[in-house]
Design a protein around this ligand. Sequence first.
Ligand code: PRX
Length: 686
Amino acid sequence: MATHVEGLTDEVYLPPPHVAEEAHCSSMQQYDKLYQQSIEEPEAFWSRIAEQFYWQEQPAGPFCDFNFDASRGRIFIEWMKGAKTNMCYNCLDRHVENGRGDQVAFYWEGNEPADTARLTYSQLLTRVQRFGGVLHRLGVRSGDRVAIYMPMIPELLVAMLACARIGAVHSIVFAGYSADALADRILDARCRIALTADGVWRGNKLIRLKEITDRALELCTERGHRVERVVVVRHLPRLHHQTPSTAVGDQNSAQTTPQYDPQAGWDADRDVWWEDAVSDAPERCDVQWVDAEHPLFMLYTSGSTGKPKGVLHTTAGYMLYVATTFKYTFDYHPDDVYWCTADIGWITGHSYVTYGPMLNGATSVMFEGTPFYPTGDRMWQIIDKYAVTKFYTAPTAIRALMRLGDDLVLRHSRQSLKVLGSVGEPINPEAWLWYHRVVGGGRCAVVDTFWQTETGGHVLTPLPGATPTKPGSACRPFFGVQPALLDENGVEIAGEGEGYLVFRRPWPGIMRTVYGNHQRFETTYFKKFNGFYCTGDGARRDADGYLWVTGRIDDMLNVSGHLISTAQIESALIEHPAVAETAVVAAPHSVKGEGVYCFVTTKDGRPWTEQLQKELVLKVRERIAPFAAPDYLQYAPGLPKTRSGKIMRRVLRKIAQNDRDLGDVSTMADSSVIDLLFQHRCQHLK
Ligand code: PRX
């Protein structure tokens, strides 16, 4: 129940007493003290944390050095430069050497409930060493980029840790992306090696990963880049069920199982099965000690120009930051069983499935499937099966599960739960309250964590034992993070108000550059407001100093927690020969948060048929991914433009929402199109 607390304007949810009692940070006074320290003496604060990790060499220069001011030259961020360490060593060897090798690192739960596995820290270390040897043998050296296009299987963990062990840079591409999207990312990073699997079941749907990889590599060859070797995990034959039963609530249900031969496109000079490659690999693989600022991984995120950006994270700062945020945000303790439902193909998976938990020596659940398969209570079953204490998921999943009704949740105990996390998009108070009341039975702390691929880890978040929470607010900055709100002119908004959310100084986990394009890094994040890192999100500060992230203020959509640029979808649609012009905006969607709403003008009066609409959906699925597919397609006899020809998206957003209050339209070249657009709008928003 929400209560009033002296000094706060709104009603709040207090940290549950049993969570606060054991918490690393158990009061706002303690939070304030730690926060102050992290801002006033960052070196002392972070170097104390660094003592928990293994360093082959200590930093040579300043603990943190940076420049956020373009007038003083290049933008850069360095933490612990000159120190030598290794991420894999700190995630695995360190724990094994401390006698914790037999502890379970991951309970793996497959798409089918009958498919399970467990991996201890020492088993993982053995497998990582062997695979590190395979990478060496394939010619991978420190600094080389390795493309990974894999489902949520143990080999994905092994692959990323093996890269980290030998100093190679992993570039993981979410296994829901299309061949075109995979090719773009491999080409940009110039990966010589790719790692994949034969395929994976998601609910009832078979994703043919090897076939998609073959197609992507063909595209790369056509564009002048040859991937030399491909290692393929033979995953499908080891599964219990290959003809899954009917799923509940799965959009892809009732598919008939197609014939699939993953070896159809086999290239014997290039492709090798994972198990064959590791069978004669050496058992030991030495750790490559790397500089603190050595790249650990790159991960592509949408850019507003339509070309994805390879966000680059380095070693030491990212290590300090994900380990610390994991420990405090989930209030991690050694007897916890932690479960983050995100796919490792996204940043949440990198930071809070793999690195954050493993640096803390945690026991986690890794899940291959979907929340709806085989039934809509799969999540709650898994929580009870492993007695999960800390659970982390996305608002989209919460809203979709909420729709299935409370009964599916209530038939499971969920007594083990203590902390419930949310990430990826603004969580509406209704979903927050349902998560708190029904899933958490009113006994758990809910932490709404705001962050980005670029920030590496949580930057705004409540702490479960300390922060009185407000549904829908990401509350306060994490240690070391200094947020500010700016108006359009860059003037800082003090106290209550709304503006651009920016950060004043770097925390250890912030990205270092856009791979291969440092200028793009500077322009995207630092140009709009010199001296600040600009998130691209808007936020409001309330009378109590709480921050409420209101969403993107650039041309970016957040669909089910996945960022997609409007330009990216527009350039896929425009490839269709019948399309003359198109504009994409966000429209409200009751489950996905935001839906993709497309306005399309056809060429030479070509008819707006169902067939054409199907083809347009297919175009986006092929060029980007199924998750980016249009939710709404509307015929547009013309588009509202300024006199200089710029499409007025602000007006289109209003039309999509059937809001006739268009604001100032005095700059519009020809407003006669507006009525027609309202007439043609998609009537029912989902
Ligand atoms: O708009 C914000 C939204 O997701 C964006 C970052 O997306 P991505 O880089 O894909 O990373 C997602 C996982 C960290 C942000 O710019 N976002 C993320 N978390 C929240 C959020 N918006 C509101 N509240 C959040 N908790």
